[in-house]
Ligand binder design. Sequence first.
Ligand code: PMV
Length: 360
Amino acid sequence: MDGFQNITVNSNKSEMNGTVEWRSPSNIALIKYWGKSGDQIPMNPSISMTLKYAFTQTEIEWSPRENSNEKVFDFYLSGDKVSSGFESKVKALIGRFALKYPVLNKLFFTIKSLNTFPHSTGIASSASGMSALALALLSVVKETSDFGGNYDDFTKEASYFSRLGSGSACRSLYGPYAIWGSGTSGIGNDEYAVPFHPHNDFLRIFDSILIFSKKPKKVGSTLGHSLMNDHPYRNGRIEQVHKNMERLLPAMEQGDFDTWQQVVENEAMSLHGLMMASSTPVMLLAPETIRFLNDLEDFRTGKGLKVAYTIDAGPNVHLLYALEHREIIQDFISNWVMDSKLNMDVIDDETGMGPKQLFE
Ligand code: PMV
């Protein structure tokens, strides 16, 4: 299916100049998407917490393009003109949009993007970046043609296109949590994400991100996902994910922090276990990551703290915790950083409610 069939577009509307701007957050997966096929179809369902302060802000200014062979866009990241890497992904996403919304073939775009957080820190800039870009492009479609969908259709369509840009980006469209991928008690879809609303106790979860390394990822996510194609544990992983979804969703609906902690940490370790056991073994954890997790285990034993760690495809740790244990956890983190004498950053974030349009 190429997008949503119920959205009709009439390109006679003639707003051939204008500016739109969106702010879209990153997200952190609690149950991990790892493995895909075809057109960014996930091997398994995943669920993420939407972040509040880690976001990308993207402005698109558009104007008429006389000749379809002319340059399509200029892309600026934090004020600098970018001509490689991310630019090819921007180009590919504009191409996908133009297949469904040919009005875009008549336009030139000046795209200006900035992130509120540093690169390569364990916060997915592809999730915030691709979702902000998809929202802005869809707004251009809306301004230049009769977009026949309502707000929900618009968000779903933006989630659909965000997925084509970077799989996990489709979850950034919804807060406080988003599910992507089919197969969990009828919830979820492989082509776009849906929102998930937990018990009130999970509405404000803090996320302290311990940055043990700012080096670019050793393994890009395309290669990482491909390691699941012939992975000896593939079937076991699929079974495990479904069981984890079936445990986590009711736990989060009921305010059950113990189950939440078990599942979230099991997912982080499984992701890294899968990487280590791939045909090309991948080790992304740093010695500090392991030391921190061991010290956390010693510190929290017997305290009944509402805290769980998770780790994406890198060495940095996201420590997730409830408001009532904010002080004790933040003290633990500051003491640990001081004792370790590491010159490292900790970024604080929390549950967010999703994207926001700034300018139309
Ligand atoms: O969206 P991608 O292709 O960058 O993959 C993201 C994979 C993980 O971050 C490791 C897990 C996830 O579900 O976000």
